[in-house]
Design a protein around this ligand. Structure first.
Ligand code: CP
Length: 348
């Protein structure tokens, strides 16, 4: 028996106290409507899922008989493969669908594609789409399906943010009070948007850094215009990386989206590298145990030096590893919340 939860889609919950409670959740669309207790619960369940992934035989029956479709309208390596692996380790039947080769090529609408998958009995739909809001649209129209956003336009990439939070918490032991610098093409980055919500909600101090042309105009306004108890009121913006990186616990470089390089956003690539590339010498201003992160795919030698990307401070490969466990935790949690399964994890 499926249950429907009015709070499943929700609205931005950035204002006011959040007492750390959790609540049922049908969809994962962004982190702006997550309670801190929900984020903590995902991180806790991720530890349990990592334990499964360390076993000789990586298989549990949690989602046996359930159907997960990954519907990708954009290219992906990490997100799509990790969702597929996560579903298979949990024994779900995982079907991968891309726009290319499907009836989308014959002009089928997003809504009719979603309704078709719902009619086939799909339980969880993982969608990546070039248009912001596409997962929210499907979530409003598919009452019998859990929708998970795997990246929509410039809007959000919540599962990436959750794996980033998990990686930092696992390596540094906490999130609250950390200084997290996110540097690069923030304007076009759905990763940055979701990471900003996630880190801020968990009490980290976020600084967004990059050329003024690649920072969203609404973030360049004085943060004082936000209510003091808004969780994004603490987010800082700085165009000077040498200043921003001082004392950082985490430095996350973002992909410079090559399609922007001729769009008037940058004086030149050489200038960008000189001022905003994350390098070994710049990292010396951060804390001694600072973590270097990147959501991938990387342009080595542009937003991050190759030495740093593959050096001792880098947790970039651990981010990828943790992506499988985080997505297992999310598949599990929406399945329990939405009544796709009803058995506690300890008994499955
Ligand atoms: N970080 C990320 O979303 O990578 P993919 O595009 O390879 O999925």
């Amino acid at each position: 028996m499926r249950r429907s939860h009015p709070a499943a889609i929700g609205t931005a919950a950035g204002v006011g106290p959040d007492n750390g409670e959790t609540r049922p959740r049908q969809h994962v669309l962004d982190l702006d409507d997550f309670l801190t207790g929900e984020i903590a619960s995902v991180l806790e369940n991720t530890h349990a899922m990592k334990e499964v992934l360390k076993r000789d035989i990586k298989k549990v029956p949690t989602l046996r008989g359930r159907v997960v479709v990954t519907l990708f309208y954009e290219a992906s390596t990490r997100t799509r493969i990790s969702f597929e692996e996560a579903g298979k380790v949990l024994s779900a039947d995982v079907i991968n669908m891309s726009a290319s080769g499907s009836s989308v090529e014959k002009g089928e609408s997003l809504l009719n594609t979603g309704l078709t998958l719902q009619a086939m009995g799909v339980d969880i739909l993982v969608i990546r789409h070039p248009h912001a809001g596409a997962p929210n649209f499907l979530a409003r129209h598919l009452p019998r399906v859990s929708v998970i956003n795997a990246g929509d336009g410039l809007h959000a990439h919540p599962t990436q943010a959750l794996l980033d939070l998990f990686t930092v918490q696992e390596k540094l032991g906490c999130l609250a009070g950390l200084k997290v610098v996110i540097v690069g093409d923030v304007l076009h980055s759905r990763v940055a948007r979701s990471a900003m919500w996630g880190f801020a909600k968990m009490g980290a101090n976020v600084t967004l850094c990059g050329p003024g042309t690649l920072l969203p105009a609404d973030l360049l306004r004085p943060q004082g215009r936000l209510p003091a108890d808004h969780c994004l009121a603490s987010v800082k913006v700085d165009t000077n990386l040498d200043r921003a990186i001082q004392g950082a616990d985490v430095v996350m470089a973002l992909r410079l989206q090559s399609e922007r390089q001729n769009g008037g956003f940058l004086p030149s690539i050489r200038e960008y590298i000189r001022r905003w590339q994350v390098t070994e010498s710049r990292l010396t201003s951060a804390k001694p145990n600072a973590l270097v992160m990147h959501p991938g795919p990387m342009n080595e030698g542009i937003e991050i030096s190759s030495g740093l990307a593959h050096g001792g401070s880098s947790v970039i490969e651990e981010q990828v590893t943790n992506g499988v466990a985080v997505r297992m935790a999310l598949l599990y949690q929406v399945s329990v919340s939405h009544g796709i399964i009803d058995t506690p994890i300890a008994r499955r």
